[in-house]
Design a protein around this ligand. Structure first.
Ligand SMILES: *[C@@H]1O[C@H](CO)[C@@H](O)[C@H](O)[C@H]1NC(C)=O
Ligand SMILES: *[C@@H]1O[C@H](CO)[C@@H](O)[C@H](O)[C@H]1NC(C)=O
Ligand SMILES: *[C@@H]1O[C@H](CO)[C@@H](O)[C@H](O)[C@H]1NC(C)=O
Ligand SMILES: *[C@@H]1O[C@H](CO)[C@@H](O)[C@H](O)[C@H]1NC(C)=O
Ligand SMILES: *[C@@H]1O[C@H](CO)[C@@H](O)[C@H](O)[C@H]1NC(C)=O
Length: 943
């Protein structure tokens, strides 16, 4: 970008030189009009964070002002380009006086208010790019006067009202994007005749009504049709066979289709679109069966989504021909018959979602051959037979839901060898038998485990205590017996626990009362005996249930149980805890569990002093009060919770700025991180994070707004990062993104480069620009946060260290345990001292992960193979085979030059490889990395 600016600068200088020497006769006075109009434009801008207006002064000719291009002959402004400059303000009508304007590019700023009607005077205008602003009011009705318009992007604003019909008469239009507004009206039926040059039409996320005009069949250059999320209805009668360049067809979330035979027959000619990448028809009213022509859809097709229609009949086995499919989403229909085993031919498949249908037969065993699968949803069908052992061969599988079927038999032993990064496993409401295998402990990162309403027997495996990320544990409605193992005390993040309707006996373990996040605990209808604890969840009668256990005593008075006699205050569970400790010995992970068990033992004694409590908070005046944070987060409500881990919780909130000294009383979005004070590591992290961030200010490092601290409650308040973490963008399995698009969010290559540059400049700052170099020590995608503009901010300084002498501590082992071992440089494992080169290593791995969308900790990387080697082997000829497949979708849609994209990727991979070299001395400095990344970005943009 900068390089382009410099070039433009010299063009102006030379042209001005020519003008002044030849004293050419300029258009009389017109140039002064332009100058006045530009000054009027500037006057309406209230904030210019990047200082683009610093050159807009009278000592410099306006043709040299930043963002301005003039024509040589008349010194008239032909282009106003201040895209992505963070401008805040509104548009003035005087802009319409610059009658030579051909381009207005104010994309991605914070401009508010209406689009002035006076733009209709700019009859030379070809490009009008106002997307990603906050513009309101309507689109001027006279915009159709601009007969030369070629590119219109007013997407992602707050526009409402009707789309003016005159805009559909601008026959030169090629790229037309009004997506993500609140526009009304319908698409004119003759659009295909009036806009014959369209390549891209994006009207998605509006309130459009009417039908999709059949005349679009005439627009033979169309590449993208995006009408999703409107109120369009009726049949789809476009003859897509006449659109050979079509790549994207997105019609989801409308009311299209009808019950009539043939309402899906538009899919037949779609087989002529040999470049099709994405076909999205989700949440419409399509009915009847899928045509078998689906087998002949483009072999480049990556996404098929027909979910939430009323499609019946069976899944055509020809689907196995769509060999490039990444996502197959057919849930929420009325599909019958079997799941065709041909699905196993789709070697690139990452997500299969067939839930909520009436599919029967057994699950094809060959599904285990799909090595890239990361999500399988088959819930709510009528599937029979056993769970195929093959699932254990899907090393990427993080989300498996087989609930509400008729599956029988036992759990295959290797089911739990699915990805060690699994997130959700739901086998509930089937007829599964046998006991829960000890291997369940291998699901270390599982967050939700549901085996309820089956016919499981046997005991709760002690190894379940290894699933330290669990937040929901459902086992109700089985025949599980024995005691509740003390090892579950490790599951500090548990929120929902249901063990009801089983045959559990012995005591109710005290530790349930120690699990501070528990909101719901159901132990009803078992054979539990002895004393009911009174602390934690047991202090709130509406949060737990113990009915139907006949031998209980004690507890809070509301339970009206009989008092306990002395003999019940036994130590059975405490003895069992030690027994389990010895069973679990074997690895570092076990050592940690032992220390956790030990700590919880030790901690129990101090429980009364340490109990988390909202009351009795001491506030130091220069910090924020607990009460203020409570209000800002709506009482720490679950709807405001954005993430959670054993270390604590993060809430979003809105804070009145007057509390931090800004009198306007505006509200700012904040993130509140509450540290788990029961976890000593977390408490240390609070101190480290406060100390390190106190003196740091950098564009790419999260900013602390305030802190709130007393001996029981520790929280840090940050700016809220609207776009979440990089982890979410790369590997999202969150419900929110699911509900919306059913696919991971897509990062395109230039965003990826920008993120890499942001992180590199943060690290360079930490390593070289502070009095003492600071080592972050915990760089990974979940610690990279993205703001509204997709600018990356490095966060989580809880493990940061100043570059002084020290070596591996138990804390850093713990970090590895928490799941970032793939980012820790090899020398740390050998007990070497931590250095800035360690961060360089993590950065290298992070960059490789961004480009490949593969986690370094993935199970495929074992033995000698790691992410570094994996990339190294593909260099330089096969880089296109290992890149993030979803990134290609956008790259090709952007009509990028493939050769240049490949070259750029090769250079990026080389940086990642150099940074992640095994020996610290071979790794480059962050400054040289930063320079190389910037040079890649420049060459990428110029090309
Ligand atoms: C405006 O400038 C940006 C950055 O230099 C560039 O990417 C964009 O293409 C320009 N817009 C137009 C319409 O030329
Ligand atoms: C406008 O053009 C006239 C005639 O060439 C010239 O005298 C004058 O200096 C120009 N003004 C500006 C602001 O460029
Ligand atoms: C733009 O033109 C309008 C009339 O067409 C005039 O009233 C206004 O003053 C002009 N603005 C500037 C800045 O010259
Ligand atoms: C005008 O802008 C130029 C270019 O940014 C700068 O060098 C100069 O100092 C500015 N002059 C004034 C008076 O601000
Ligand atoms: C938007 O502009 C900001 C600078 O204000 C920039 O950092 C960001 O990358 C831009 N985003 C997009 C999507 O162009």
């Amino acid at each position: 970008m900068r390089a382009a600016g410099v070039n433009r600068y010299w063009t102006h200088v030379i042209s001005l030189f020519l003008i002044s020497t030849s004293a050419a006769a300029a258009a009389s006075g017109g140039n002064e009009t332009d100058q006045l109009a530009l000054l009027a434009f500037k006057a309406k801008i209230s904030d210019d964070p990047l200082g683009v207006f610093s050159s807009w002064n009278m000592s410099l000719h306006f043709c040299l002002w930043e963002g301005i291009t003039c024509n040589k002959q008349h010194q008239r402004v032909v282009s106003l380009n201040l895209s992505s400059t963070g401008l805040v303000g509104s548009l003035c009508p005087d802009i319409g006086n610059m009658s030579f304007l051909r381009e207005i590019d104010l994309y991605n700023n914070s401009l508010q208010g209406p689009i002035p009607q006076e733009v209709d005077r700019l009859f030379r205008l070809k490009v009008l790019s106002l997307g990603r602003n906050d513009l309101e009011g309507k689109i001027p009705g006279t915009i159709g006067r601009l007969k030369s318009l070629f590119f219109v992007d007013i997407s992602s604003n707050e526009l409402s009202g009707m789309i003016p019909t005159s805009i559909f008469n601008i026959s030169s239009l090629s790229s037309f994007n009004l997506a993500s507004n609140q526009l009304e009206g319908s698409i004119p039926s003759d659009i295909g005749l009036t806009l014959p040059n369209l390549k891209l039409i994006r009207l998605s996320y509006n309130k459009l009504t009417g039908s999709i005009p059949a005349s679009l069949s005439n627009v033979s250059k169309l590449q993208a049709i995006e009408f999703q999320s409107n109120n369009l209805r009726g049949p789809v009668s476009v003859d897509f066979g006449r659109l050979p360049y079509l790549q994207l067809l997105r019609l989801s979330y409308n009311n299209l289709g009808s019950g009539e035979e043939g309402n899906l027959s538009f899919l037949d000619p779609l087989t002529n679109c040999s470049r099709l990448l994405i076909l999205e028809l989700e949440s419409n009213n399509f009915q009847r069966s899928l045509p078998s022509s689906i087998a002949n859809l483009s072999t480049t097709l990556q996404i098929i989504s027909l979910a939430y229609n009323q499609i019946s009949g069976s899944i055509p086995s020809g689907i196995g021909n769509c060999i490039s499919l990444i996502l197959l989403s057919l849930q929420g229909n009325k599909l019958t018959g079997i799941i065709p085993s041909e699905i196993a031919r789709l070697g690139k498949l990452q997500r299969v979602i067939l839930s909520n249908n009436m599919l029967s037969g057994s699950i094809p065993a060959s599904i285990g051959n799909l090595s890239l699968l990361d999500e399988i949803h088959l819930e709510d069908n009528q599937l029979q037979g056993t769970i195929p052992a093959g699932f254990g061969n899907c090393p990427m599988l993080v989300f498996l839901d087989l609930s509400r079927n008729n599956l029988s038999g036992t759990i295959p032993r290797n089911l739990f060898s699915i990805s060690p990064f699994s997130v959700k496993l739901n086998l509930s409401r089937n007829h599964l038998v046998g006991s829960l295998p000890a291997a369940i402990g291998a699901l270390g990162t599982v967050v939700e485990l549901d085996v309820s309403e089956n016919e499981f027997s046997g005991f709760i495996p002690v190894e379940l205590g290894r699933c330290i990320s669990l937040s929901s544990l459902y086992m109700q409605g089985n025949f599980i017996q024995g005691y509740i193992p003390e090892s579950l005390t490790n599951l500090r993040g548990l929120q929902y626990i249901d063990f009801s309707r089983n045959k559990l006996s012995e005591n109710i373990p005290d530790f349930f009362g120690d699990l501070i996040y528990v909101e719901y605990l159901n132990l009803s209808c078992n054979n539990l005996a002895g004393k009911v604890p009174m602390i934690g969840v047991f202090s709130n009668a509406s949060a737990f249930s113990i009915v139907g256990n006949k031998k209980l005593c004690g507890g809070i008075p509301e339970l009206r149980l009989k008092k306990c006699s002395k003999k019940y205050i036994g130590t059975y569970n405490q003895i069992m805890a030690w027994v389990q400790v010895f069973i679990l010995i074997g690895s570092i992970q076990d050592l940690l569990i032992i220390s956790c068990v030990f700590m919880s033992w030790h901690r129990r004694k101090r429980r009364e002093q340490l109990r988390y409590s909202a009351s009795n908070v001491m506030i130091s005046p220069n910090k924020m009060s607990y009460e203020l944070l409570r209000q800002a987060t709506k009482g720490f409500s679950r709807t405001n919770l954005v993430s959670e881990s054993g270390f604590g919780l993060v809430y979003k909130g809105k804070l009145d700025l007057k509390y931090i000294g800004i009198p306007e009383g505006e509200k700012a979005a904040i993130a509140v991180k509450i540290f788990n004070t029961l976890n000593e590591e977390a408490a240390n992290c609070f101190i480290t994070e406060c100390e390190t961030l106190k003196n740091i200010r950098h564009r790419n490092i999260v900013r602390i707004i305030s802190t709130c601290e007393n001996h029981k409650f520790k929280a840090i308040v940050y700016d809220f990062m609207k776009n979440g973490s990089l982890e979410g963008w790369l590997h999202s399995t969150s419900k929110a993104s699911h509900d919306k698009l059913n696919m991971p969010q897509i990062l395109n290559l230039d965003t990826k480069i920008n993120i890499a540059i942001d992180v590199a400049s943060a690290l360079d700052y930490l390593h070289t620009q502070l009095a003492n170099p600071l080592i972050h020590c915990n760089l990974k995608p979940s610690n990279i946060l993205l703001d509204r503009n997709m600018t990356a901010h490095v966060s989580n300084f809880g493990l940061a260290k100043f570059n002084t002498e020290f070596s591996l501590t138990s804390q850093s082992i713990l970090t590895g345990f928490e799941g970032n071992s793939g980012y820790v440089p090899p020398e740390y494992g050998l007990g070497c001292k931590m250095t800035t080169k360690g961060d360089t290593y993590s950065f290298g791995i992070l960059l490789l992960e961004i480009l490949t969308r593969r986690k370094p900790t993935h199970r495929m990387f074992r033995g000698g193979l790691n992410l570094h080697n994996f990339v190294w082997m593909a260099m330089p000829d096969n880089v296109m085979d290992i890149i993030d497949p979803l990134m290609m979708v956008t790259a090709s849609a952007n009509e990028g030059n493939e050769k240049q994209v490949e070259e750029c990727l090769t250079r990026l991979f080389s940086i990642g490889l150099a940074c992640s070299k095994p020996s610290p001395k071979d790794r480059p400095s962050m400054l040289s990395i930063l320079h190389e990344l910037e040079s890649i970005r420049n060459s990428f943009y110029i090309n």
